[in-house]
Design a protein around this ligand. Sequence first.
Ligand code: FES
Length: 257
Amino acid sequence: MATKSVHLPVLQSGLGKTLRRDNWWVGPLTTGTILVAFIVYATFRGFENANYEWGPYLSPMYSPLIDTSFAKNWPIPVSGAMLILGGPASFRLTCYYYRKAYYRAFAMDPPGCAVGERNAHKYNGETKLFIFQNLHRFTLYVALAFLVFLWHDAITGLIGWKDGVHLATGTLVITMNATLLSLYTFSCHALRHLVGGNVNSYSTAFMGGLRFKLWKIVSKLNEKHMLFAWMSLFGVGLTDFYVRCVCTHAITDFRIF
Ligand code: FES
């Protein structure tokens, strides 16, 4: 049977040069726009240092809540969001998926598959300036600790009302955020290696059966890691925005029971 030949685009030298005929630039442009928008919004919220707490609700950008009264006479403004930012930011910055996304969007090195890059002969891998990328496995532990705080916030959004237990729109929003961040964290490549890697034989490994089951679950989630990366980023932004809107009375929190 005759096989159909496939012609792949050949890499052209020079930034942006390519034989690709599709709109390859849409992906990096969208990625860059969303990331810049999120960074601008998060920076604004970090400096605002207000409207992050309402009733039992706490914005994820300020969780865990830190009392910054010790810094009130400091020459520079300090908010709780600024103090905790390093935890989640380092996890996302070193995420294997986000690396690809922002290398393409910002460094354009390369901007896409089979698209000419800036310094085609100067790739140093994750060394020198990017050596911090190797810390991802450690930032994973930080992210897991943050999940404890976020689930605490979700439960508080349900049972932390002064007059008992209530389910409201905010409770659902905060719970959705904790769920999305859990999916993002539990689909992490480093976690997949942690639970199932470094094993030659599951049947002879310590807790091999359990590790194999966990590895299969994390592997399944890992297939959707990119999706969870974006959904959880939107989740953090929208949850914070919701809490801010309730704090400023721009919207009213709707109580279901
Ligand atoms: S690889 Fe993306 S969070 Fe670990």
